[in-house]
Design a protein. Structure first.
Length: 405
């Protein structure tokens, strides 16, 4: 009997070793899905809701930023919709999606950030009361409309159209796409689309540099609109965005440049971005040549356990590490994905969200807004909705650029 027990135990261990990846993925998916759905359910009733992007708690050396206390970043909430659909949490996805839809159809333009919480007939910009100045304060970047954020909101709405067949989701995505065409189309250099709008309605500033990542997002959104048979010249606009992305491919080094300077032509070689190297791989018809960008990222962005946002390698960026895990899975590199899942599994906060970073702070090499005088865009060791959504997508092997059907 002892021999039988030993054999059974050995077989159990072998089976667990063989399926260890599935165990890690399932655990990450369950935790991430439960955390995001739980935030929706915490807002009583069935009203539309915007989810707060960051939990309380500052990283070491981080100054308290009132702009984050109630901030629901549009990009994070768009990711949450797509992740909730992948998690089979349709009811929760519909509540967040309806908040995005209301913003898309009722606001003057889709903002980068809204106020977290239940949404009534009118979406509210994020802001806070400044006791020292004795007045209400809003943030110029948060009130702006970055082209990439608009594209991600359109992708979330298209995912809801794909899941439900309800045309109102696609109609709202069309309105967002029309805004991009009207406000960000550009003929300089390789064409494509500019960065969007910064600032308040009283004094909006056009962002005239172009981002490769934004244009990747637009390729996905315009192509999806074309496949959904929405009326419009979506193939034409997808082609314009793709042409710009192709122009930013640096064949000598095998990676994508982050975009252009303000002249819309001169390449920005001052920093490197992980997201564009990974997101380009998720486009359904990405050329095989672009996979060289993964090797570039492994060489220039890799840190212990995963990847940094830029090539200074000053810390682990969890959102990008999850993006890389998804790309590895989409390309059949499961062993590489499992190594990243092992890292992600150790970076869940007590509240259920994945931390934005492992280190107290990491740089990006980018500026927050057009008024910035330095590369002041940082990520901190805070529980982050966006990182949690990407962890769910990676664990469930869901490509956000294509429909579930």
């Amino acid at each position: 009997m002892k021999c039988v027990a030993l054999i059974a135990s050995a077989l159990f261990l072998l089976c667990n070793a063989a399926h260890g990846g599935d165990v890690a993925e399932n655990a990450i998916a369950q935790r991430a899905c439960a955390a995001i759905a739980g935030r929706v359910d915490a807002v009583a009733g069935s009203a539309p809701v915007f989810l707060r992007s960051y939990d309380d708690g500052r990283g070491a050396g981080e100054v308290d930023d009132p702009a984050l206390r109630t901030a629901a970043f549009t990009y994070d909430n768009a990711l949450a919709v797509i992740a909730l659909l992948a998690c089979d949490k349709r009811a929760q996805a519909l509540r967040v999606g309806e908040a995005l839809r209301l913003a898309a159809i009722n606001d003057t333009r889709l903002r980068n950030t809204y106020r977290a919480g239940a949404v009534g007939d009118k979406v509210l910009p994020n802001g806070w009361w400044d006791a020292k100045q004795n007045h209400w304060v809003e943030n110029a970047y948060q009130d702006g409309s970055a082209t990439g954020n608009v594209a991600w909101a359109a992708l979330a709405l298209l995912a809801l159209h794909d899941a439900t067949g309800d045309a109102r989701w696609r109609d709202a995505a069309v309105k967002l796409a029309d805004w991009v065409i009207a406000n960000a189309s550009d003929s300089r250099g390789a064409g494509g689309f500019t960065g969007g709008i910064d600032g308040f309605d009283a004094n909006p500033k056009k962002v005239i540099w172009k981002s490769t990542e934004h244009n990747v997002d637009l390729v996905a959104a315009f192509d999806w609109l074309a496949k959904s048979q929405a009326p419009g010249e979506w193939k034409k606009y997808a082609g314009a965005a793709r042409h710009f992305v192709e122009s930013q491919w640096d064949a000598a080094s095998g990676h994508f440049l982050v975009g252009t300077l303000a002249d819309g032509v001169t390449p920005n070689r001052g920093t490197s971005g992980l997201d564009v190297q990974m997101w380009a791989q998720l486009l359904p018809d990405a050329p095989r040549e672009w996979q060289r960008a993964i090797a570039y990222a492994e060489r220039e962005h890799r840190v212990a356990g995963g990847f940094d946002f830029n090539s200074d390698r000053d810390g682990l960026w969890l959102e990008g590490t999850a993006q890389a895990a998804l790309v590895y899975r989409q390309l059949g590199r499961e062993a590489d994905a499992q190594k990243l899942f092992a890292t992600i599994a150790q970076q869940f906060s007590s509240g259920g969200f994945v931390y934005a970073t492992r280190e107290p702070r990491i740089t990006t090499g980018l500026a927050i807004g057009s008024d910035s005088t330095s590369a002041d865009f940082y990520y901190y060791h805070r529980p982050h909705l966006g990182a949690t959504a990407w962890a769910a997508l990676a664990a469930l092997n869901r490509n956000p650029f294509v429909g579930s059907r």
